[in-house]
Design a protein around this ligand. Structure first.
Ligand SMILES: Nc1ncnc2c1ncn2[C@@H]1O[C@H](COP(=O)(O)OP(=O)(O)O)[C@@H](O)[C@H]1O
Ligand SMILES: Nc1ccn([C@@H]2O[C@H](COP(=O)(O)OP(=O)(O)O)[C@@H](O)[C@H]2O)c(=O)n1
Ligand SMILES: [Mg+2]
Length: 210
């Protein structure tokens, strides 16, 4: 499985391309639903490379990029950064990595993200992991995350929840209508959520009969 894509080769003449066959899984769910936490577990157990759109954007701010101030302002307001910026970061990360299977965490977050990624990269996700969690629980987790993030305050959290409901849920609905969503009850403790995740990643032929 996987999608064969023309990944632009960074050679000087810019014309060479490599056909890199990649498998991509989108990891979606509201802010604080546990996407990053479970991605770390999946990386360890199944050998994927974890690409968090939010982490890539935060690294771009730190690097002093010309887009840094714009990205910082949008994150502070809980808004979604134009897909052009985020896709460039994701594409670069995929190209630079020797691995051929990726968890893309927190992307696509709106219809623009989704459509642009598909047309620019030609990549279709294998499936979409959807961490379904109550807003009450997500709020509790974000307020005690303690990673020093500028957007983990109650005012920005409320804005992020609104953006999630209005812009991100429709993307999950879109993939659901294509039969690609694997929905997980993410309100449970970390270990229990990972049990469900593992069952999704383990081919049925490898599963031991109960
Ligand atoms: N199943 C869970 N139960 C309780 N706390 C969790 C769970 N999953 C993650 N957390 C905690 O909640 C916070 C948000 O998790 P994180 O993985 O960063 O979520 P996301 O990337 O979806 O925003 C972190 O502090 C994390 O340790
Ligand atoms: N595809 C994306 C992902 C994140 N972001 C921005 O980055 C912020 C943090 O995203 P994140 O995925 O790290 O947040 P969590 O869901 O992990 O809490 C979002 O609220 C957006 O402002 C974006 O603009 N576009
Ligand atoms: Mg995260």
């Amino acid at each position: 499985m996987g999608t064969v894509v023309d990944v632009a080769n960074k050679e000087a003449n810019g014309s060479a391309h490599t056909n890199k066959k990649v498998t991509v899984i989108f990891v979606l769910g509201g802010p604080g639903s546990g996407k990053g936490t479970q991605c770390t577990n999946i990386v360890e157990k199944f050998g994927y490379t974890h690409l968090s759109a939010g982490d890539l954007l935060r690294a771009e701010i730190k690097s002093g990029s010309e887009n840094g101030t714009m990205i910082q302002n949008m994150i502070k307001e809980g808004k979604i950064v134009p897909s052009e910026v985020t896709i460039k970061l994701l594409q670069r990360a995929i190209e630079e990595n020797g691995n051929d299977k990726f968890l893309i965490d927190g992307f696509p977050r709106n219809e623009e993200n989704r459509a642009a990624f598909e047309s620019v990269t030609g990549i279709e996700p294998e499936f979409v992991l959807f961490f379904d969690c109550s807003e009450e629980e997500m709020e509790r987790r974000l307020l005690s995350r303690n990673q020093g993030r500028e957007d983990d305050n109650i005012e920005t959290i409320r804005k992020r929840f609104n953006v999630y409901m209005e812009s991100s849920l429709p993307v999950i609905e879109y993939y659901n209508s294509k039969g690609k969503v694997r929905k997980i009850d993410a309100t449970k403790p970390i270990e229990e959520v990972f049990e469900t995740v593992k069952a999704i990643f383990t081919p049925s032929s490898d599963k031991v009969a109960a």
